[in-house]
Ligand binder design. Sequence first.
Ligand SMILES: [Cu+2]
Length: 697
Amino acid sequence: MKTKLSIAIATALSLPAIAYADTQQLTTIVVEGSGSRPGAMAMAPDSSGLKDTAALLEKVPGANINRNGPLTGIPQYRGMAGPRINVSIDGANMKEVGPNSMDPSLSHVPAALTESLTVYRGIAPVSSGIDTIGGSMKMESKKGSFAQGDDKYEFDGALSTGYSSVDSGYYVAGFSSIANDNHKIHIGATKEEGNDYKYADGTVRPSSYDRQALIVGYEYQNKGHEFGFNFTDNNTNNTGTPALPMDIGYIDGGLYNFDYNWDMGNGYKLETNFYYQNMSHFMSNYESRSVNPMMNMYMDNTTTVKGGGWDIAMTMPMGSGDLKVGFTGDKSNHEADARMGNGSVPTQAMSMKTDVFQGIERSRYSFFGEWKSDLTDKLSTELGMRYTYTNSVAGDVYTDIGAMQPMAMMFRGQEREKDFHGVDLVAMLRYAARSDLDLEIGFARKTRAPSYQELYLWSPQEATSGLADGRSYKGNLDLKLETSYQFEFGADWHTDSAYFAPRAFYHYVDDYIQGSEHATLTASQLRCPTMAACPVLEFNNVNAHIYGVDLETGYVITENWRLDGGLNYVGGRQADGGGYLYRMAPFNGRAQVTFEHSGFMASIEGVGYSAQNKVATYNNEQKTEGYGVMNLRSNYQAFDGFVIGMGIENVVDSVNYNHLGGYSRPMGGGGVNSDVTQGTRLPMPGRSYYATMTYQW
Ligand SMILES: [Cu+2]
């Protein structure tokens, strides 16, 4: 695995790479699409980043996380999140088993088994996937490396463990691969467990977690042919999602990946990927939290997803550049069965049953062509086009609940098969203005078909891909697809000792899907999210602007000292005067000073978030105050391959509220209940001491 890390580092800046990258079993973050400078960085060990791969996104320009629980981090990129971002896991577009995104794709493989996380900065290329309206990310699990040369063997592996004090959490991870120059097998496993986390004024309940993961694979390479089979399995047990109305009981299941690549020479290359996934999930409002005695309603929901897909692409020389053409597609089936028990835990015999989602099938067939070329020695271009046909159907629904019968009847009588045709276009121009300055300009049109939740939520429910706004939603069978027109301008200045790469963007989104009150929807929800009643929202098409600036910068002061930082600003509002968009990352920045000397590294990191006062009115989004956090990190390579890491996060133990973290949904009042008042913003973890230990060979 050393080889792949070093490659990533070598393609990074002309700056000295962060040396601890090579000495730790760490995930590499690759920020792709920065013109001449595909940047890569390995992250310093940090307690959250070891647990949740999505946490690494806070360090990527323009990216952030909508956090609904310790393992439930939904990627946000420039104000868009959830189904608007294409996330691939080992080349597969995984489908979440939770209709409320309790298992975002990045939670499938823990950070300790993740080789790299790639984020396309700015406009994502059409070749990176379907539905890239908000961006595109790809994660690769660890797979080890082939031996170089005949009769050689390569034996890679790592053992690591870590502890964090704020949740008394630990993880253990093991990975091993053995290979010659043709064959390679690998296996890896992790176990992570932690209690409810603490903050200066108490404990957030439930926020404990418990996950085991397994990865196994075989790969073969010979004379330009590569074949791989990979299996990744996630087994999550009771894990809190305090920003949602229920918690994870379990998430179980795996992803099977097959890929075959053939490098035919002379610039011709075939890449194929096939995958299948089968997962099941249980969530409830009574296993990890207490049921509100005034409502006395016990609820659970069992869900499944079966899905699969393919990605076939061929690259060939064309004109002055390379043309890549491809055929991508997938199909997924979703079921969600809810049970309610009045005054007691529901059982098969004694409960009121409701099909929240029944017989959902969503299929996508998509073709693309992408041409990349150097036009002159200073000018290069990327032109792409993708056409996607999305077909979506839903079955009949059943409910035992009398009050919901008319809605079920109405849904059964409606045409539920929907077709969407989306055309994506990308045009980018990159210009090397000087040897140390690259400029980039880009235009795109990106589309996204409505999700099955947005279409088929037939009764007011909170199954909304993790919006966590406390509101019940109703689907809308008349939704149109979203179309975003995107403009991007970036500059990239880099010398031997410094870099500065700002980017500005403006997106106009036609038919942006968000909730709105509706005249015919007279039903109101009983709590939202406290005891106050409020109107149910319906998904509708509006128009929106999203705009902003993000930048990354760094400076190597001396051989031992370096400085890195970033700033992110995003704003979004409805074009038709309907107010601001929901859950937009506040203006934020980070700066880190790093000292390195012969195997020892120490850094001090400052993270600042400004207040978010530009909040959505349609769902009464709450404002959030600004905050600053200081983190101290260090690690030491005691001998070759053995590294100890230690640090303190939130050193001053301040109480901070993450605007992207949602409201506390469980009962408040302390004791077995949360110390956070129901319906108020969830505090972030307090001071945490952490330690990690890694041995790598
Ligand atoms: Cu769930």
